[in-house]
Design a binder for this molecule. Structure first.
Ligand code: GLP
Length: 243
C-alpha cells in the first residue's frame, strides 16, 4: 500500500487526478472504475480542467461506476448517472455509450446485477478503480455485514448511510432504501485501486480500514489485501500508523 498525505481537499483532488491522468495517458483505451459522493468531485473538476487545456483524451476510455440507487432514473438529479453526467461525462470527450452505471430502474434487479458483472468481465475487468469511503467503512455501497458480498448485488442501505446521504435529498424520506452495488470481488479484481478520503471525520474509519483487522464489518479493510492500492488522505493531520 502507498499512503499519500495531502494538505487539503484541493491537494488531494489534484494528486488523485494526477494518478488518473497518468493512467489515461499511458493506456488511452483502459477501463476506469468510477465513484460518486462528494469526495471525488474535486478530482473530476481537475480532470475536466486538464481535458479543456488539451492534456487529456477520453475518446477511447470505458468507464464502469460502482453503484446506483434503486428506483432513481438517470434524469433524477440525485441518481448517480446524473451525477456522473454533470461532473464528468458531459464535460469531456468520453463516448457516453462507453460509460456504464448500474440501472436502478431495471424491472428485474437480480438480472441487472448479473448483467453488470458480465459487462465488467466482457470489458476485461477494471484497470483503475477510484473509491471513496463511507463513514461506516463502506466502499461503493458495500455496507458493514457478516460476510463480504462478492458480486454485484442489491443492498439495503444502513441507517447511517441513509442519514449521511440525506444531505443530497429534499428530505430523509426521499433517500432510496436500496441500491445496486458492485461487489467486493469486482472491486478487488481491479488492477489498481485509488482510495481518496478527506477530512478529520473520516480519520478513525480510515485508520481502522488500513490498519485494523480485515473484516466485513469494515468493508474497506479488505483493501489491505490488494496488491496495488494507493490511498490519498487529505486534511487528516498525522495519521498514526501502528508499528
Ligand atoms: C456514497 C457512495 C460511496 C461514497 C460514499 C462517501 O455512499 N455510494 O461510493 O464513497 O457515499 O461519500 P462522500 O464522499 O460524500 O463522503
Amino acid at each position: 500500500m502507498k499512503l499519500i498525505k495531502a494538505s487539503d481537499y484541493k491537494d488531494m483532488s489534484r494528486k488523485a487526478a494526477n494518478i488518473i491522468s497518468a493512467q489515461v495517458i499511458l493506456h488511452p483505451s483502459c477501463v476506469l472504475g468510477l465513484a460518486t459522493g462528494s469526495t471525488p468531485i474535486g478530482t473530476y473538476e481537475q480532470l475536466v480542467e486538464w481535458y479543456r487545456k488539451g492534456d487529456l483524451d477520453f475518446s477511447l476510455i470505458h468507464s464502469v461506476n460502482l453503484d446506483e440507487y434503486c428506483g432513481l432514473s438517470p434524469e433524477n438529479p440525485q441518481s448517480y448517472r446524473y451525477f456522473m453526467n454533470c461532473h464528468l461525462f458531459h464535460l469531456v470527450n468520453i463516448n457516453e455509450k462507453n460509460t456504464y452505471v448500474p440501472n436502478g430502474m431495471a424491472s428485474d434487479l437480480q438480472e441487472e446485477c448479473r448483467r453488470y458483472d458480465q459487462l465488467i468481465s466482457e470489458l476485461g475487468g477494471i484497470d483503475l478503480q477510484l473509491l471513496g469511503l463511507g463513514h461506516n467503512g463502506h466502499i461503493g455501497f458495500n455496507e458493514p455485514n457478516k460476510a463480504f458480498e462478492k458480486t454485484t448485488h442489491i443492498v439495503d442501505l444502513g441507517q447511517s448511510t441513509i442519514e449521511a446521504n440525506s444531505r443530497f435529498f429534499p428530505t430523509i424520506e426521499d433517500v432510496p432504501r436500496q441500491a445496486i452495488t458492485m461487489g467486493i470481488k469486482s472491486i478487488m479484481q481491479a488492477k489498481k485501486i485509488l482510495l481518496i478520503v478527506n477530512g478529520e471525520s473520516k480519520k478513525e474509519i480510515l485508520r481502522r480500514s488500513l490498519y485494523g483487522p480485515v473484516t466485513p464489518e469494515v468493508p474497506a479493510s479488505i483493501l489491505q489485501l490488494h496488491p496495488d492500492l494507493t490511498v490519498i488522505a487529505g486534511e487528516m493531520g498525522e495519521l498514526e500508523i501502528p508499528q
